[in-house]
Design a protein around this ligand. Sequence first.
Ligand code: GAR
Length: 361
Amino acid sequence: MLTDKLKTPAQLALIQAQFAGSTRRLVFTNGCFDLLHVGHVRYLQQARALGDALLVALNGDDSVRALKGPSRPINTELDRAEVLAALECVDFVTVFHTERVTDLVGEIRPDVYAKGGDYTVDSLNPEEVAALRAAGSEIRILPLVAGKSTTATLARASQGAPARSAGPLRLGVLGSGKGSNFRAIAEAIENGTLDAEVRIVISDVEEAGILELARVRGIRAEHIVPGRFKTKLEPESEARVVELLQEADVELVVLAGYMRMIKPPLLEAFPSRIINIHPSLLPAFPGLRAWAQALAAGASTAGCTVHYVDNGMDTGEVIGQSEVPVLPGDTDESLHARIQVAEHALYPAVIARVARGLREI
Ligand code: GAR
């Protein structure tokens, strides 16, 4: 059932004309909104409060798939439009099918453009920013509600998890190397800045420092024989990893310098519950030795990213990033060392944020 808040592109021109000829301010925002939660509602209410009417441009089903992967959208564009239109704070809804809202901005020329706080003005698409500037729109970044997200909602639903659970978040850590990120996480737990508990550390490398760091802390440390492949575990080994993580009653799997791809048995056992740290500002420089790639490409800024793990290489949804400068005279080693300092601050902070999300919603 369509409501009269739902507007076709032709009807948008009428709205534009109405607002252009008045002192009333039109606020514009866009997004997927494929599983509406309270974070969305509060965001839309704040956006509406910036003017006299709110127009929401909804990504069509095709563009949600392109942005979020083949398992999205959860609800079709018509259902999503109807749900949004039922909100008091939403005055108009339109569905768009392009990758960017540049053309819509040109047509609507909104007084205000609102976007969620996972963006900054600098991380908005430059083409969209140019269109907004040309339209004279004020850009407003609104704070997101901590812990209220579609990803966290989906993770809970897929685990059949209750809305609240008690105690520190139970982590399982996988790593192949010296384990400095694991140490940073363990120290954040020890000094009380991260409400979590590492239940098990697993490595595909028998002599990896990360296993020793776990043992000295009295944390269960397990070596998994990787098998024939270089870039992934033998399926039986991966199944054993799943078994170990489940035995340890792990809620979130944390990859800390784990150098193999994660395959379906593990991905399916922990949907939206595996996160990774990567030493670049993804999507730039996925893959091995990302710091050396950044240096070779002449990048002036490097950094690190924490992201959800999907079946691609370093492709999952970004949760947090931290930038570091590339300095004159940097070597691969000096740049990686600077990135690692940033990693050790970023990873525990992002895990704390994810933990709050999993606990609060
Ligand atoms: C870290 O820099 C991490 O970002 C990187 O391996 C290093 C592990 O260090 N991970 C990747 O490149 C994954 N693609 P650590 O063992 O001292 O934590």
